[in-house]
Design a protein around this ligand. Structure first.
Ligand SMILES: N[C@@H](CCC(=O)N[C@@H](CS)C(=O)NCC(=O)O)C(=O)O
Length: 224
């Protein structure tokens, strides 16, 4: 039996969605974020970085959502959700399944940190921190966001099926990309582009996705 070490409001929702799509039996071990929004220390007993998701499957314990997605599709997919072995679909799946955690998520996390730092700054110097971080936002992050969002909008505009590798079914790239796009659509709706919004609707309307939300509990990025 697979166990998903699942943190509320987190990337491990990706894994629940995939397992529901695969219709593989699994159990959820729940962890609640602390008041500081960190993972509780119990997760450190499962995996050295103490982050979620982590799965246990027999003697295998695996962290890192991209690795888990690839492992589950290759072990339990029976060909389902498999990207083509070559051609444009292969390259698109390869690129976006790495881009999600390698480039897009670090940018979103940077944005969250830039918002938090002024709030945590002592009251008397908070106006200065606000000024500095507003400028950093404008000068560093905004131009980056514009490039990333134009890339995503343009790619989603070219895929006929609506999935990142343009197949009839989602692939690893979609299980990876859904989370940051849900984050943008719900936490920064004024920045979300039309194709991102359509994409998130496409994901969230799938029966397996809805089952994953019911089983996973608190998830701030679902519109349901
Ligand atoms: N790149 C890793 C990131 C894992 C990660 O940062 N998980 C977050 C949840 S979305 C976490 O556990 N945060 C709590 C903490 O860092 O204390 C992955 O994709 O699995």
């Amino acid at each position: 039996m697979i166990t998903v070490h699942h943190l509320n409001n987190s990337r491990s929702q990706r894994i629940l969605w995939l397992l529901e799509e695969l219709e593989v039996p699994y159990e959820i071990k729940r962890y609640e974020r602390t008041a500081e929004q960190r993972a509780p220390k119990e997760l450190l007993e499962i995996s050295p970085l103490g982050k979620s998701p982590v799965i246990s499957d027999g003697s295998v314990t695996l962290a890192e959502s991209g690795a888990i997605v690839e492992y589950l599709i290759s072990k339990y997919g029976n060909g389902k959700f498999q990207a083509p072995a070559s051609g444009p679909g292969y390259l698109q799946n390869l690129y976006y399944s790495h881009y999600a955690e390698g480039s897009l998520m670090p940018l979103l996390v940077q944005k969250i940190i830039f918002n938090i730092v002024p709030q945590k700054t002592p009251f008397l110097i908070r106006p200065l921190a606000n000024l500095i971080f507003n400028n950093l936002n404008k000068q560093l992050l905004l131009p980056e966001f514009e490039k990333h969002f134009a890339l995503i909008e343009s790619h989603l505009g070219t895929v006929k099926t609506g999935w990142f590798a343009d197949g009839e079914e989602p692939t690893a790239a979609d299980f990876q990309m859904a989370f940051p796009l849900e984050g943008i659509v719900t936490a920064a709706p004024d920045m979300a582009t039309p194709k991102m919004i359509e994409y998130v609707d496409r994901v969230q309307s799938r029966p397996a996705y809805k089952r994953a939300i019911e089983k996973g509990g608190q998830y701030a990025y679902a519109k349901m």
